[in-house]
Design a binder for this molecule. Structure first.
Ligand SMILES: O=C(O)c1ccc(O)c(O)c1
Ligand SMILES: [Mg+2]
Length: 611
């Protein structure tokens, strides 16, 4: 299928947008009128640039408030249209989007709307232009696609068809199934956008929170499958109004848009049983089966070693060719890399290793979805180990640890494994939590979903003393790999490192023993206020002994229908801290209810708010 994107989806000047769109490999572009109006480029310049970049100009949009108006207003509408047709001829574009009227002057009369759209199509035909009529979800009288189709059918003009926009259809919960009854050749254009489910006014939601398919909660793939069943063979065109994409680097957004389309086409293909061969079908995701390791870049061991030691980890090996130490406890492994470029903030989580059933296939999948594969600095005897960069720069390695069928990264570490299997209770890495740059949050969730095949969980907003933290977890079905993505919701945090924390959560089979061991070693534990425990007594009747224990050991508590969750936090070194968790029964969450307490406790140092 041809791939297209509307200029409104990206940041920058029209010239910047075209360059980014061409660079990301799109076939076409929708010119959003305002981008042209504010540009110094003439329509001829735009036409030439697009052609040089290999981009077809697929659509000119939007033309507003035209149909179902009194006669004098109609004359003005036709006059406006003639001017736009002239601009379109200069641009070399033959399709114009007309959105349903939002004007108070519009009359609720389908026959009148059809009659006037017929006139418009007749004029357009003289210029070789076709009109695609789109129902805006907030249109005054026409707000759903089937109503727009009814009017188009009444008008019955070869140059008049409908434009379907996934947002307007799915946001209003209109059943997309009836799309199948529209003849494919009468669907003149298809616009695609996703959105997170947010209970808000639909116009505001559309103008600020649209995102690329796969980044939100709408079933865009299901809608596209209905459209393709009609025989529609126009482009799949992304049209996203998003406050963050308007500010972010356009090249990167365009690439992310392309990744979204590739993943979307794959989803559509799966829905349709791959009957449409023009849809891309990247190699399937290789779902990881666990964490192999987490790597902390730390210029010196210092506090990090103290924390690991107090948690019961043992240093079990050193890399044969690099300044990297291996620390282990059970199947939890931490690499401490003192050779990487020093972060100004001290220790930082630089990489995660994921157990993959087929590392080579994991890399192929990542490449097909446009993730940068990292060059490897590999010694002659090192096991092959491939990695890709996640959007926040975290390196994601694909591993097969100590399996007979595959060389293992762990063999690159010298045998200093006398203390392996130490006495501690920690069994494995439960999850990692990565703070995302605010303008890469949607990109990150699409990366983990599409490249690694993880499932998104609910989006949460968590109060921090100085703002709101947005959080969304992604995980494998069985919970073997869980990643919590966090972002500070307020741009006032920009430049503040306080919230750029990352943490590694270890699972303990006996968190009380781990907490006691940690405390006995004199290591720093995050202290939880008494008020939290007073409230906990009110919320849950756990018996006096258990409440006393939680309070004594700074343990936090949560519960869901499946089970219970106990957790505590270590102090922070650089950007990194550790969490110890114990899941009892089938508890599936991350203790999000306790995050505000944790965030407040981590902010005990007074902050100067004047910066
Ligand atoms: O928000 C709008 O006005 C608007 C304009 C054109 C579109 O195609 C659309 O979906 C929305
Ligand atoms: Mg639209």
């Amino acid at each position: 299928m041809r791939r297209s994107i509307a200029t409104v989806s990206l940041s920058g000047s029209l010239a910047d947008k075209l360059t980014a769109i061409g660079g990301a490999g799109f076939d076409g572009v929708e010119i959003f009128e305002n981008d042209l109006l504010v540009s110094g480029l003439s329509p001829e310049d735009v036409r030439r640039r697009a052609a040089d970049l290999g981009l077809a100009i697929e659509l000119y949009q939007p033309f507003r408030d035209f149909e179902a108006v009194p006669p004098d207003t109609l004359a003005d509408g036709l006059r406006r249209a003639e001017h736009k047709f002239a601009v379109m001829e200069r641009l070399g574009v033959t399709r114009m989007l007309v959105c349903s009227s939002v004007s108070r002057a519009a009359i609720d009369d389908d026959a009148l709307a059809a009659e006037q759209l017929w006139l418009l199509a007749e004029r357009a035909a003289e210029h070789g232009i076709r009109i695609a009529y789109e129902a805006l979800a907030w249109g005054r009288h026409v707000s759903d696609y089937f109503h727009a189709w009814k009017i188009v059918r009444m008008a019955d003009h070869p140059n008049l068809g409908v434009c379907l926009d996934s947002f307007h259809i799915l946001a209003r919960d209109v059943d997309p199934y009836a799309i199948r009854t529209i003849p494919g050749e009468k669907i003149f254009f298809l616009q695609l956008a996703d959105a997170p489910s947010l209970p808000m006014d639909v116009l505001y939601w559309s103008r600020h929170y649209r995102c690329f398919p796969g980044q939100g909660d709408l079933d865009v793939a299901g809608l596209v499958a209905h459209v393709l069943r009609t025989g529609y063979d126009g482009p799949l065109s992304l049209e996203v109004f998003n406050d963050i994409f308007r500010q972010a680097a356009s090249m990167r957004t365009a690439q992310d848009a392309m990744r979204s389309l590739i993943a979307l086409e794959e989803q559509v293909g799966l829905r349709m049983g791959r009957t449409v061969t023009s849809l891309s079908s990247p190699p399937p995701p290789v779902v990881p089966t666990g964490f192999a390791f987490a790597e902390v870049a730390a210029p010196s061991m210092g506090a990090l070693g103290t924390l690991l030691d107090a948690l019961g980890f043992a240093r079990t090996g050193a890399h044969s060719g690099k300044p990297v130490e291996l620390w282990e406890q059970g199947a939890a492994r931490v690499l401490v890399n003192s050779g990487s470029t020093e972060s100004p903030d001290g220790p930082a989580l630089g990489a995660i290793g994921l157990e993959s059933p087929d590392p080579a296939a994991s890399v192929k999948r990542a490449e097909a979805l446009l993730s940068p594969v990292l060059p490897r600095m590999r010694g002659p005897h090192d096991a092959p180990l491939d990695a890709v960069a996640a959007p926040d720069g975290t390196e994601v390695f694909f591993c097969r640890t100590a399996r007979p069928d595959h060389p293992s990264w762990i063999d690159d570490f010298s045998e200093d494994r006398r203390s392996a299997g130490s006495a501690g209770e920690i069994t494995h890495i439960d999850h990692v939590a990565l703070t995302q740059p605010w303008h890469h949050f949607d990109e990150a969730s699409l990366f983990y979903r599409s490249v690694l095949g993880l499932r998104p969980h609910e989006s949460l907003e968590l109060p921090d003393p100085y703002g709101l933290m947005r959080s969304r977890a992604v995980s494998t079905e069985d919970g073997a790999v869980r990643v919590a993505l966090n972002v500070a919701n307020v741009s006032a945090y920009d430049g503040s490192h306080d919230l750029a924390w990352q943490h590694i959560a270890f699972a303990s089979r006996d968190i009380v023993a781990t907490a006691r061991r940690f405390r006995a070693a004199g290591a720093s534990m995050l202290s939880i206020p008494e008020n939290y425990y007073d409230d906990l007594v009110a919320r849950y009747d756990l018996g006096p002994e258990r409440h006393r224990l939680l309070r004594e050991l700074n343990l936090l508590y949560d519960r869901d229908e499946q089970g219970e969750f106990l957790h505590f936090y270590t102090g922070t070194t650089g950007r990194v801290f550790f969490e110890i968790v114990q899941r009892i029964g089938g508890y599936r969450g991350y203790g999000a209810v306790n995050a505000p307490v944790r965030l407040a406790a981590q902010h005990v140092r007074p902050r100067h708010r004047s910066d």
